[in-house]
Design a protein around this ligand. Structure first.
Ligand code: FES
Length: 178
């Protein structure tokens, strides 16, 4: 028996194949990459993104996500990451602000419009605005000021006017380098 085990061990070592047990977990996709979360299923998505995946673009936006800084896209729709436990995200596709740019690094047209309109102050709220703006443009390709003002996002640096201009600039397709 010991000889058989030694043979199996030596064969495995030679082949470089290592046996791995399958761990139960929650499978989800983040910015096109697949992950399995094997920890607490009630962990909020926001902390999984920031503390586990180190995707720190998405910010804390209050206990209920009330200021919009924690918005991400889940299957294309904007949702508050703090209010989403991972248990609800099995099989879903999450896009964070880090995933908006194309694979070749070129910015999303709305990101470029924020630069063109100088709509970024300290930047804390910007990822949330970008996600909300992408979602809005999907729902309403030509939004007006009222549509933009209904977004949950707040900017403590007072950039709302420039944010409005940036979203409308992206809607009009007037971006410098998109
Ligand atoms: S840019 Fe500072 S909070 Fe909006």
């Amino acid at each position: 028996m010991a000889r058989v085990q030694a043979q199996v061990l030596s064969t495995a070592q030679e082949s470089g194949v290592v046996a791995e047990k399958i761990r139960d977990g929650i499978d989800l996709e983040v910015n096109g990459e697949r992950f399995r979360h094997t920890g607490d299923p009630q962990m909020p998505l926001l902390w999984y993104l920031r503390d586990v995946l180190r995707l720190t673009g998405t910010k804390y936006g209050g206990e209920a996500g009330e200021n919009g800084a924690d918005l991400v896209l889940v299957d294309g729709k904007a949702v508050s990451a703090i209010t989403q436990p991972l248990a609800k995200l099995a099989g879903k596709a999450v896009t964070t602000v880090e995933g908006l740019a194309a694979n070749d690094g070129s910015l999303h047209p709305l990101q470029q419009a924020f630069i063109d309109e100088d709509a970024i102050g300290c930047g804390y709220c910007t990822p949330g605005w970008l996600i909300a703006g992408v979602d809005l443009l999907r729902r309403k390709p030509q939004p007006d000021d009222g549509d933009i003002d209904q977004l949950p996002n707040l900017c403590r640096c007072g950039c709302q006017t420039r944010v409005r201009r940036a979203i409308k600039r992206a809607a009009a397709g007037k971006v410098a380098r998109a």
